[in-house]
Design a protein around this ligand. Structure first.
Ligand SMILES: [Zn+2]
Ligand SMILES: [Zn+2]
Length: 436
């Protein structure tokens, strides 16, 4: 892929497959449909509109206050195009964020540029925001990290969010839009959390991406490594990615030998201690860099989760759809360099379940997702090889490949610049301008 002549425009999926979607807008806008119908609207104040599918299959846009509506026939989509696209906010109501993660919730969100409502099923609609990449990044950065974070962190984050996005264009992860707005792709929660310093971070790195041997890097990131990051190949096999291999998350950690966390006894000592690391930070240090919903977990560096045998059995059976019976043990079969379990057996009284993916392991051991797959298991009570209770003692939050957001934030607070942060987590990479 070669650098672009100009800044690209992208499409982001916001609300998926809903029967109705509501929005408000204060300034004049045009409704334009696929078949070419168009209607200009001058809202009196902030009016609320509802988009749905009429019985005829037409797209219906209705004024919620007075019920007046307009149907758009023979169209798969209708777009809201504000006259002043870069200044006018379109508010979407009740957008779900953190889907299937522990912090899932609904909120109203504000967006710039074009909003499209698209028929994505017999009776359902999807809201898609169409906008220039740099504007999208302003929101991503303030959704992933707090807008009060150090500038060098925000700049590093902008570069990786931009690089990741461009890398997706080769093989788009979604059908009707390039990326979704949640953790599956990158958090994009509208303009509400935007701050001046976020604007500065995006402006000062405009068009810059991270490359390795002239290819855009697949810049993965996550919340906290727990002390050591993970090899790309252990999360997304089969290929090694040279700039995304395990490092010790401390000064000079790119070249320091790692503790051998593929050995059980070493992992146990590791998660039961708090070795120094960029991401071993106190809640006071973290206060300015995390968004409110990320502060609800008391400790991201080391954590404990426990289950009764019944709870765990119910969870594993519901996630796997397999009759496992009571749980006899959880056996790690293979660990990566960060101590994350890559392969695991769950032994039950009725059957055994073999899992060979860190995300699957995390999904099976939690209602949503376990913080990470770096953990050791203690048991309590029970008899005949069936314990009463399982205690998981773990470290880190996320897959551990690439940049550690908390570590990078602490590097920023300690005075490292954004290049130093990027070259610490992505060994041997370079910064390259991709558009002006
Ligand atoms: Zn996605
Ligand atoms: Zn870290």
């Amino acid at each position: 892929m070669a650098p672009f002549k100009e800044e690209p425009v992208i499409r982001v999926g916001l609300i998926h497959d809903q029967e109705t979607i509501e929005f408000s807008i204060e300034n004049p806008f045009k409704l334009v449909s696929e078949s070419g119908d168009s209607l200009t609207i001058h809202p009196i104040s902030s009016q609320r509109w509802r988009v749905s599918l009429a019985d005829t299959g037409s797209l219906r846009v209705e004024n919620v206050e007075n019920g007046e509506h307009r149907d758009f026939a023979d169209s798969k989509w209708v777009q809201v195009i504000p006259h002043e696209m870069s200044d006018t906010l379109t508010t979407l109501h009740n957008v779900t964020i953190g889907i299937q993660f522990h912090w899932q919730r609904d909120e109203d969100q504000d967006f710039l540029h074009i909003m499209e409502f698209r028929k994505t099923g017999e009776k359902v609609l999807t809201a898609i925001n169409q906008l220039p990449v740099e504007t999208y990044l302003q929101s991503v950065i303030s959704s992933e990290m707090s807008g009060t974070s150090p500038l060098s962190l925000l700049k590093a984050h902008t570069v990786i969010a931009r690089s990741w996005l461009i890398a997706q264009m080769k093989k788009p992860p979604h059908k009707d839009f390039l990326v979704c707005a949640d953790d599956h792709c990158q958090r994009y929660q509208g303009m509400k959390r935007f701050t001046k310093i976020v604007g500065q971070a995006v402006r000062e790195t405009r068009g810059e991406v991270l490359t390795y041997q002239n290819e855009i890097c697949d810049t993965r990131y996550y919340k906290t490594c727990g002390g050591v990051s993970e090899d790309f190949v252990n999360c997304w096999p089969p290929n090694e990615v040279p700039y995304c291999t395990a490092i010790l998350d401390e000064p000079g950690g790119e070249t320091t030998p790692l503790p051998d966390l593929t050995i059980e006894a070493n992992v146990r000592a590791w998660v039961l201690s708090r070795p120094p690391s960029f991401c071993n930070a106190t809640p006071e240090e973290l206060a300015p860099v995390l968004n409110e919903y990320d502060k609800e977990i008391p400790d991201l560096y080391r954590w404990t989760v426990s289950f009764s045998n019944e709870e765990l059995s119910r969870l594993v059976e519901s996630k796997s759809g397999k009759k496992i019976g009571k749980i006899k043990s959880l056996i790690p079969r293979r660990r990566g360099p960060s101590g994350r379990i890559i392969e695991m057996d769950i032994l039950g009284t009725e059957d055994t379940l073999h899992l060979d993916d860190q995300l699957e392991i995390r999904r099976h051991l939690s209602e949503s997702h376990l913080y990470s797959s770096c953990f050791v298991v203690d048991t309590e009570g029970g008899s005949k090889g069936v314990p009463e209770k399982f205690i998981l003692l773990g470290g880190g939050w996320g897959h551990g490949v690439g940049l550690c957001q908390i570590g990078a934030a602490m590097m920023g607070l300690k005075g490292y610049d954004y290049q130093q942060i990027l070259f610490h987590y992505y060994k041997g990479s370079s910064l390259t301008p991709w558009w002006k």
